[in-house]
Design a binder for this molecule. Sequence first.
Ligand SMILES: [Zn+2]
Length: 327
Amino acid sequence: MKETDIRRRKLFDNYLSTIKKDIPIYFKERGLFQAVSCPGCNSKRHRSEFKKNSFVYALCDRCGTIFVNPRPCFKQLKAFYVDSASSRYWTRKFFPPVAEARRREIFRPRAEYIGKVLSKKNKWTVGDVGAGFGLFLEELAKLKPSIRPVVIEPSVEMADICRSKGLEVIPQALEDIRGWDRRFDLLTAFELFEHLYDPGQFLKKIGQLLRPGGYLFLTTLNGKGFDIQMFWEKSKSIFPPHHLNFFNPGSVATLLQKNDFIVEEISTPGQLDWDIVEGMILKEKIKVGRFWQLLAKSKNEQAKKALQDWIRKYQFSSHMQVLAKKK
Ligand SMILES: [Zn+2]
């Protein structure tokens, strides 16, 4: 898989500039922003690292989580996600050309991974939080036809798309759901955790909705991942107000344990770190160390693949996957 299979460079750049235009519309009231302690370990020992799109990112001294501080309040974020121009751009322009590649390369492998946790006969209720186009639930239902798939999706357009596919939809943000306590056997949240105003509160709510022994399966960005560490504030993965939290394998485990989850597995199965770095060096002319320039220009694909394998194996990919179980 290559970066351009799942993220077309030009469309992605347009998407990033649409977000920049949304910022003064949805986030002009800076008085509503709230100062927070580290969303991973709750420490107050952190320092400002850099500013991007007028948002300040802090780095926690204790656990290495990178986070926007002060950050927009929940209400501002919700308005932005439900119906902003950039949300519509994502749904209408950015996602459709890469949807099938994402289904094949990303959602099907995830369904296969979690399919091993589910036994054959069970009638599990599976909720996908921020389900987007519903691709994961569709793939899981193909593998496990006895499940009850439930889309949890506050975006008006994406909720409609999921309904048109015949999926059951709760058209709300997770934080607002009522009447579903202990009813889920599995909840999934893909590329969502980095967007949350309050990840701790989110986990508390997940804990309420899961039955005891139920599973949470999530993916999120790893702030200690290769391309993020390489480019830091220039990394395209760091784009506020979308990405507010960059946990890492250690800090996400701390947060889960604090909220009564048992961590079953944390891995970084990302495949794109080197490809992203190479693209930044060759296409966007971003300067990094001499050795990385050399590798980017080299035609030695085997060496690049071996590097990516090493990045995955030692948890240095910026794409992180977590399976946890509610106590
Ligand atoms: Zn921390």
